[in-house]
Design a protein around this ligand. Structure first.
Ligand SMILES: [Zn+2]
Length: 292
């Protein structure tokens, strides 16, 4: 069925096979693969082998990029495409890794026509048709409690960009409804923005009370706890594209939290990724997989 492509892949799997020890070490550290069973892990290993073989890893900013680091990135990048296939990452070829946050200079033109140059530190970036850029310090800082995972985030943008802009709607599978996707995500987005804005207002008022020497209506510890209990990284408020990327981080890093607050988003992501991390498996049996 796959003809030359199948032959090419079998050859790559043999030529670029990952040593057992290296694979096991990488797998032990890969929290977001912990919901997968042995058969899924075997398929994941093939995907990671093809990924490492087909993508150019470039170290930047003086970073020394070793095999364990490449595998850590490749493994986390391949969990989301376990049921989608390596071709989901076909339109681009390079992963660039910096030791820490990298500075990007951007220009924007304001309403008066004045060009402003902005220097912005980033933990990761995905260029349309171009490389994925990551900060290694942020790869290591991935954390289910936030939930935060820069690899999942940037590669979610890559999937989103398969049909153009990173607009929060990747190409959906046959049987999935664009209207249902939009309804689930827009309702959750509006709710999440409300939650974050409410916390920002409380924080602002608490700071004002402290300045005036009065006790705040909400103490700092309670505010911290409310920020920490958010189901997504507050960066999700930026726009629909960032909301999808942050929701994808949560889907694999903290699926219970995402499902508890935004079950419709969890369900849409389970249909899109064709995985069910909450139930401890790929292709969860409660989720029909249309049009495979
Ligand atoms: Zn982003």
């Amino acid at each position: 069925m796959f003809g030359f492509g199948g032959w090419f892949r079998r050859r790559a799997l043999t030529r670029a096979a990952i040593e057992e020890d290296s694979w096991q070490r990488a797998l032990e550290r890969c929290r977001v693969a912990s919901h997968l069973d042995a058969a899924a892990i075997a398929r994941l290993r093939d995907l990671v082998t093809l990924f490492v073989d087909s993508k150019q890893f470039t170290a930047a900013g003086g970073l020394e990029l070793d095999e364990a680091m490449r595998l850590a990135i490749a493994l986390q990048a391949c969990v989301p495409i376990l049921e989608l296939g390596i071709d989901s990452y076909a339109p681009w070829a390079e992963v660039i890794v910096y030791p820490d946050e990298f500075i990007v200079e951007r220009e924007h033109v304001d309403e008066a026509g004045v060009v402003h140059s902005v220097r912005e530190p980033l933990s990761g970036e995905s260029w349309a048709g171009g490389p994925v850029i990551l900060s290694w310090a942020d790869v290591e800082a991935s954390n289910p409690d936030e939930p935060y995972n820069v690899v999942l985030h940037e590669f979610a943008h890559k999937l989103d960009m398969l049909d153009g802009e990173a607009d929060g709607i990747p190409p959906l599978h046959a049987g999935m409804s664009r209207a249902s996707w939009h309804a689930a995500f827009s309702e959750a987005f509006d709710d999440f923005v409300d939650r974050v804005e409410r916390l920002e207002r409380l924080e602002h008022r608490a700071a004002g009370s402290r300045r005036r020497g009065r006790s705040a209506e909400v103490d700092a510890a309670s505010l911290d706890a409310q920020w920490a209990a958010l189901p997504l990284d507050p960066y999700a408020c930026k726009d629909a594209g960032e909301f999808f990327a942050c929701a994808s981080e949560a889907f694999f890093e903290a699926p219970g939290r995402l499902d508890a607050v935004y079950p419709a988003v969890y369900r849409q992501l389970a249909d899109f990724y064709r995985q069910h991390p909450l139930a401890g498996g790929a292709q969860g049996s409660t989720f029909p997989v249309p049009g495979r």
